[in-house]
Design a protein around this ligand. Structure first.
Ligand code: NDP
Length: 245
């Protein structure tokens, strides 16, 4: 069981994170974090542990540097260096900038951007020493184009893409690959919050005329971590049914 590579997924208990955990658990040992709903997280981890791979979960609020630091120290001590780090935790707080509070701005930047840096900060060095690793940042097409009410979300997701490109150049010589995935509309609790009218309009504007599924994103993560991703770094893989073309 120990010989399999291990992957860390942040916020793996629901939505896109849970799909990534499920898909990757076929090939890798998985450690994922959750913030709330311990019971749901532990049930998922238990259901994916078998004779070939393990799946375990730990609580971690990704905006709290002390929690991220102690989680990463525990991870390295107990489970070793991850082969891959999937920075998935994210939130959107939609509001026109003219009405946006400073607290709303900060919470989005802290969760989507700062937390990506925190996990990279604590895990990059051991990954470099291992000389074989991947980081995948779950960004968004909102980081590639503007959306009304999403100045904080777009800024955080565009910044993740910029970070991906610079970091990819910094660590390529150590055989650590860094990529972003930019999903369009994906069916999770995040998009369930959208008014039906907005959702219908977005689906109508998507050339493939459908909403993406969490597995569509998870399968790209699986590809990038596998042999197919060997020569890919610093890129943003857009999975959006054509919405951004
Ligand atoms: P969900 O709202 O379904 O899930 C968000 C996850 O992030 C939850 O597990 C949530 O934990 C976790 N999270 C939020 N804040 C924190 C925090 N402070 N500390 C730890 N965990 C936190 O969203 P999705 O699954 O849809 O989104 C996953 C990623 O994909 C995000 O980065 C999102 O921006 C991105 N994305 C999603 C798209 C979509 O259409 N759904 C499109 C493009 C990108 P908890 O359960 O405790 O709330």
């Amino acid at each position: 069981m120990k010989s399999k590579k291990m992957v860390l997924v942040t916020a793996g208990s629901r939505g896109i994170g849970a799909a990534i955990v499920r898909v990757l658990s076929k090939h890798y040992n998985i450690v994922f974090t959750y913030r709330t709903n311990k019971e749901q997280a532990e049930l998922l981890a238990k259901s994916l542990t078998n004779n070939n791979t393990f799946c375990v979960c730990y609580p971690c609020d990704v905006t709290k540097t002390s929690e991220v630091k102690s989680f990463c120290e525990m991870l390295l001590d107990k489970h070793g260096t991850p082969y891959a780090l999937i920075n998935n935790a994210g939130i959107s707080v939609n509001n026109l900038q003219i009405n946006m509070t400073i607290a709303e701005w900060q919470t989005v930047i802290e969760t989507n951007l700062n937390a990506t840096f925190y996990f990279n900060h604590y895990l990059l060095n051991p990954m470099i020493i291992d000389g074989d690793g991947c980081i995948i940042n779950i960004s968004s097409i909102s980081g590639l184009r503007g959306n009304i009410g999403q100045t904080s979300y777009s800024a955080s997701k565009a910044a993740q893409i910029g970070m991906t490109k610079s970091l990819a150049k910094e660590v390529a010589m150590f055989n650590v690959r860094v990529n972003s995935i930019a999903p369009g509309l994906v069916e999770t609790e995040m998009t369930a919050e959208l008014p039906k009218k907005v959702l219908d309009q977005l689906i109508k504007s998507t050339p493939l005329r459908k909403i993406g599924q969490p597995d569509d994103v998870a399968k790209m993560v699986e590809y990038l971590l596998g042999e197919g991703g060997n020569f890919i770094t610093g890129q943003t893989m857009v999975i959006d049914g054509g919405l951004s073309i």
